[in-house]
Design a protein around this ligand. Structure first.
Ligand code: CA
Length: 155
């Protein structure tokens, strides 16, 4: 009887772990070439990522307050010819790029979930020129919430 109760308890805990939702805050320093977040993602899972605080993030004298990067239309126009200098040339200046263990780079967006392309640690960076991190200031705090599993929709 005790063994049956124990097995039921283990099965219940595994079931809870399978359907539990991972959530927390991560920090992305604008001066880090690779910002390790300590947050582990799971391949194929969806994550909603939102800005919690970016009040002190600057690229030199340009304030950055959301995942989309530079807000200034003038700066975007002036620096457009230098797009090829960005680590991710086709993503905006100072947009936030997510990787899994420094692989599978993908721009984070406020209007859509991030779908983890692999399992591992979420490592992020601001999309700057590789040599231009010294004039960056501040750290972004992002909230991240793993979407719950929907058994009927998963393979
Ligand atoms: Ca910079």
């Amino acid at each position: 009887m005790k063994q049956k109760s124990f097995l039921l308890c283990v099965a219940f805990l595994l079931w809870v772990a399978h359907f539990s939702v991972q959530a927390g805050d991560i920090s992305v320093s604008s001066t880090d070439f690779w910002a390790n977040t300590g947050f582990h993602v799971e391949k194929g899972r969806h994550y909603h990522i939102a800005v919690k605080n970016m009040a002190d993030v600057w690229d030199s004298k340009i304030p950055v307050r959301d995942l989309g990067g530079w807000p200034s239309p003038l700066a975007k126009i002036l620096y457009a010819p230098l797009f090829w200098m960005r680590r991710r040339p086709l993503d905006p200046w100072f947009s936030v790029i997510a990787t899994v263990d420094r692989r599978h780079p993908c721009r984070l967006r406020a209007d859509r979930d991030y779908v983890a392309p692999a399992s591992g640690e979420l490592v992020c960076y601001f999309n700057d020129a590789p040599f231009a991190y010294a004039n960056n200031k501040g750290t972004a705090v992002l909230s991240i919430v793993q979407s719950p599993r929907i058994p009927c929709c998963e393979k």
